[in-house]
Design a protein around this ligand. Structure first.
Ligand code: ATP
Ligand code: MG
Length: 550
């Protein structure tokens, strides 16, 4: 068992096993198929599947598909793909709350027969308006005292499709003065004449979450029903339902805190809006903290699981720093990602003392600390490119890159000196003319020259044009207010660079690279090809490369 298994949930499970409360561990991950999964869901996935794995139990992937208006097979498929990609398996088949619609209906009739549920014919607005507040009790519905026979008849006719949407609901008959507002006769079923993605038109009444969830847990023999803290008040209802029907299993509901991340909002509804309004390119836009977005950005399942492990499981609400997610990516990439050079904002450099028809091949290690990864060939010649920000005409004292008359080493290449700055009519620098020093070759330098720094570069003759997407935070503030979302979007969350990369990178099998001094990048899984390379920035380097302030 891993030594990080000390959170309160694992503690509880260990205790239940020791005391014989249960002899196995069965959990479930219960997404509603109304959108794509987020890194928030990943926390719940890692917890539910993780504890079952650790204690030799099993986990259901159960779709909570009780709202036909918002749910679809597209989302079911995407969710299965994401859970599997994260490295978890749910046995033979996924389950669906809709698998239990017959059973749930039977339990509802039991409540009716026991006088524990009634058909209310008030509108949704009336029901909401009579629920009361924290200090005032609710007002009983005029239909609350219908007879069992009348309720049963109406409920059966609701099911048979005799009434339009909204004409009646089935409500639990609990206590309109309960301190916990959730207990003031909650709605259990509503009429919805809508085609369900799995049950088609078999049903026109659909059970509510609070009724469905606890019973699905019981039917599956869930030993620990783990959910997020906002359901704490619903626990009383969870227990009430199970205590008032004939079901022989009663799982405990245990709450933990939701994952919130800085610089983003964590909600399916919000992501759907972002997609629908065109603020992002789709559910897998690499700026979204959806699992599909993170995957497309270049995150691996290991990174996400590592992140969830470090976040841990507590009852404290908090907002996790984006740096932690970045850290998990760097941590995994540091030793595994081959190094290469890419120039994102190319400034042409001509080596005036290098013959125009000649070039030479130099060897550069794929990874400075891992010689076993071998080397890649890089081409040095007359026509090169450096990063525009690595040149300054009037540099501050500490500038360690290239400036007129100054020396700099081109990484794995030679020391060069800038002799001339070429401008266009508008006065922009369009080329640097430099001299190189043949005896300063990297690895066999006998020149005695003392360049100020080392910069990256690419041969313009052999380099490949590449589209490089530089992703940044989706929002410009750490805690975006949901009501102000559009105003707080970061306008620079995506910059597209027409870059030049080493040819070896486009051809290599590796998918993730460190572009030296620039960041870690991933070959876009949809658009990249060896002919037209497309890279996504996963994360910056820790000592992030930024042009010095002037
Ligand atoms: P959203 O509004 O993002 O869809 P949700 O809670 O409605 O969130 P569900 O599809 O019902 O999402 O979630 C399935 C499971 O994932 C639930 O058990 C829920 O508690 C858990 N979950 C969802 N979001 C988070 C989060 N941010 N952190 C931890 N667990 C989460
Ligand atoms: Mg949801």
């Amino acid at each position: 068992m891993p030594d990080d298994s000390s959170d309160f949930i694992r503690h509880r499970i260990r205790q239940d096993l020791a005391e014989g409360v249960t002899d196995t561990v069965v959990t479930r991950f219960p997404p509603e198929p109304n959108g794509y999964l987020t890194i928030g869901h990943a926390k719940s996935i890692c917890l539910n599947f993780g504890v079952a794995e650790e204690f030799g139990g099993r986990t259901y992937l159960r779709f909570d598909d009780t709202n036909p208006l918002k749910e679809s097979e597209e989302f079911v498929a995407a969710i299965q793909r994401d859970v599997a990609w994260l490295g978890f398996s749910w046995g033979e088949t996924a389950t669906f709350a809709s698998d239990y619609f017959d059973a749930l209906y039977g339990f509802a009739e039991q409540l009716v027969e026991r006088g524990k549920a009634y058909v209310d014919s008030q509108s949704a607005e009336e029901i909401a308006a009579t629920r009361g507040g924290f200090t005032e009790p609710g007002t009983p519905s005029p239909y609350r005292d219908r007879t069992v026979a009348e309720n049963l008849d109406l409920f059966r006719r609701m099911r048979a499709g005799e009434f339009p949407d909204g004409a009646h609901v089935l409500r639990a008959r609990i206590d309109m003065a309960a301190a916990n507002i959730v207990m003031r006769d909650p709605v259990l079923y509503r009429i919805r004449h809508a085609t369900h993605h799995r049950t088609g038109d078999a049903w026109c009444i659909y059970p509510m979450y609070d009724f469905t969830h606890c019973l699905s847990d019981a039917l599956e023999g869930i030993t620990h029903s783990l959910c997020t803290l906002e359901f704490e008040n619903n626990r009383e209802l969870y227990d009430w339902v199970l205590d008032n029907v004939d079901v022989n299993f009663h799982p405990p509901q245990i709450e933990f805190s939701r994952l919130n991340l800085e610089f983003t909002v964590m909600s399916t509804r919000f992501f759907r809006q972002m997609v629908e309004r065109g603020h992002v390119a789709g559910w897998d836009d690499p700026r979204l903290p959806t699992i599909s977005g993170l995957r497309r950005r270049g995150y691996t399942p290991e990174m996400i699981r590592d992140f969830c492990r470090r976040v841990g499981v507590t009852k404290q609400e908090n907002r996790v720093a984006m740096e932690l997610l970045d850290f998990c990516a760097r941590q995994a990439l540091e030793d595994t990602a081959p190094r290469a050079m890419a120039v994102l904002d190319p400034l042409p450099v001509t080596i005036v003392n290098y013959a125009s028809d000649a070039d030479e091949t130099l060897a550069a290690p794929w990874h400075g600390k891992h010689p076993e990864m071998g080397t890649r060939p890089i081409t040095f010649g007359r026509s090169l490119a450096i990063e525009r920000a690595d040149f300054m005409e009037e540099p501050p004292r500490k500038f360690r890159r290239l400036s007129p008359g100054g020396l700099v080493r081109l990484r794995y290449g030679y020391v060069v000196r800038c002799d001339e700055v070429v401008r266009n009519d508008a006065g922009d620098v369009i080329e640097l003319r430099c001299t190189y020093f043949p005896e300063s070759k990297s690895g066999s330098d006998t020149s005695g020259l003392k360049p100020k720094g080392v910069i990256h570069w690419v041969s313009r003759q052999s380099g490949r044009a590449a589209t490089v997407r530089v992703y940044d935070r989706l929002f410009s503030v750490p805690a975006p207010a949901p009501e102000n979302m559009e105003a707080e979007l970061n306008p620079a969350s995506l910059e597209v660079a027409e870059a030049i990369v080493e040819p070896a990178v486009a051809a290599a099998d590796a998918e993730r690279f460190q572009f030296e001094r620039v960041g870690y990048f991933f070959k876009d899984p949809v658009e990249h090809s060896a002919e037209t390379p497309v890279f996504n920035r996963i994360v910056t380097l820790r000592d992030s490369y930024r042009p010095e302030a002037t």
